[in-house]
Design a protein around this ligand. Structure first.
Ligand code: GDP
Length: 338
């Protein structure tokens, strides 16, 4: 499947900007509407109801929408009583702070490259990473991008073709391996995926290779089947890092996949692909809320270098940034300083 790119990604310092225009519009309009003076309780309810619908249309999970709007409602009612000036700014702060706290509640300390380098230094490697997710989300491309990223940091890599089910999966990862000049460990179709992953780990150990990236199956007869298989590989391999790969265009499907994979594998973080296309951005919020695990990277194109580190502050900038928000952030910063 080729993905239609609707707008050129804008990358600044490696970070994607202005990709989430739809969410941005939702938040700024809500702040503007709620910020009107002398607004009735009935009007507040109707604006918040519209916010709920808009957020859900932008792939924000119902649980997040519900919690966020009920918290904000209480604060807005109090705010109305205090008859504060600059209400839209105060409301922008509330919306922004809610989301910022949500992202801060995930483990933002994960630094995979640093962890691999530490393991390399202590000669206890290889460092293994398993990639989980449904076919078509961009998992194989993401593994190739990640492989390139590690190599750019002086980390040697071997790939494990542990999707032994889908026709073409082994050839696909081998194709990337050849292009990147990286060895791919594979067996025949139908082989035990755990055995392929184990082979790759042994190969890496013998050849002093720093990192093993493990591809996994994305579709089997039943979802239970797939979850049992990935759980088994994890039990056998005990990877250092488990990463869920989700398609940011697939909306609620991605959120449901994230939830199910998390239930079975308790993964450490996510990568959201195709953020360069017409992504709504809500999947990042939903997955952070549901898992309390960080979004690690965003896929921002089809090339090997199109992987941008996810920075929640830059993400929030891209969905809030306008005059009111700039003023809000300036005020928050000067408060922090004083
Ligand atoms: P898999 O079945 O999950 O392994 O998916 P693939 O890696 O084969 O990717 C499916 C399609 O999505 C391919 O055409 C990729 O080039 C494309 N793709 C993957 N990541 C991105 C991304 O970040 N942006 C865009 N625009 N396309 C992507």
């Amino acid at each position: 499947m080729k993905c239609k790119i609707l707008n050129e990604p804008q990358i600044h310092n490696g970070i994607v900007l202005s990709l989430f225009e739809k969410l941005k519009k939702v938040f700024s309009e809500t702040a503007k509407n709620l910020g009107q003076k002398a607004i009735s309780k009935k009007e507040i309810d109707s604006i918040l109801e519209e916010l709920q619908i808009n957020l859900m249309e932008n792939d924000v999970a119902y649980e997040v929408v519900d919690e966020m709007t009920s918290k904000i409602k209480t604060e807005i009612l109090n705010l109305r009583l205090e008859r504060k000036e600059n209400s839209d700014q105060v409301i922008t702060t509330k919306l922004y702070s809610y989301l910022r706290e949500l992202f801060l509640s995930t483990n933002t300390e994960i630094d995979i490259i640093q962890s691999i380098l530490e393991k390399k230094k202590s000669k206890t490697g290889p460092y293994s990473i398993i990639f989980l997710g449904i076919n078509g989300t961009g998992k194989t491309t993401t593994i190739a991008k990640f492989c390139k990223l590690l190599r750019d940091h002086g980390i040697s890599v071997v790939l494990a073709a542990a999707d032994t089910h889908r026709a073409g999966a082994i050839e696909q990862i081998t194709h990337h391996g050849n292009k990147l000049n990286v060895k791919v460990i594979s067996q025949r179709y139908g082989a035990d995926p755990s055995a392929v992953a184990r082979d790759a780990l042994e190969h890496a150990k013998k050849n002093y290779i720093d990192a093993v990236l493990i591809d996994t199956a994305g579709r089997m007869q039943t979802s239970k089947n797939l979850m049992e298989e990935v759980s088994k590989i994890i039990r056998v391999i005990k990877p250092d890092m488990k990463i869920f790969v989700g398609d940011s265009l697939a909306g609620n499907d991605t959120v449901n996949q994230a939830r199910e994979f998390f239930h079975y594998t308790n993964y450490d973080g996510s990568i959201l692909t195709k953020s360069d296309a017409d992504s709504k951005g809500g999947a990042a919020i939903s997955i952070a809320y549901l898992t309390h695990k960080p979004i690690l990277y965003l896929g921002v194109g089809q090339g090997y270098d199109d992987l941008a580190e996810f920075d929640h502050d830059k993400f929030l900038d891209s969905i809030f940034k306008d005059r009111v928000y700039d003023k809000t952030i300036d005020d928050l910063k000067s408060k922090e300083t004083s």
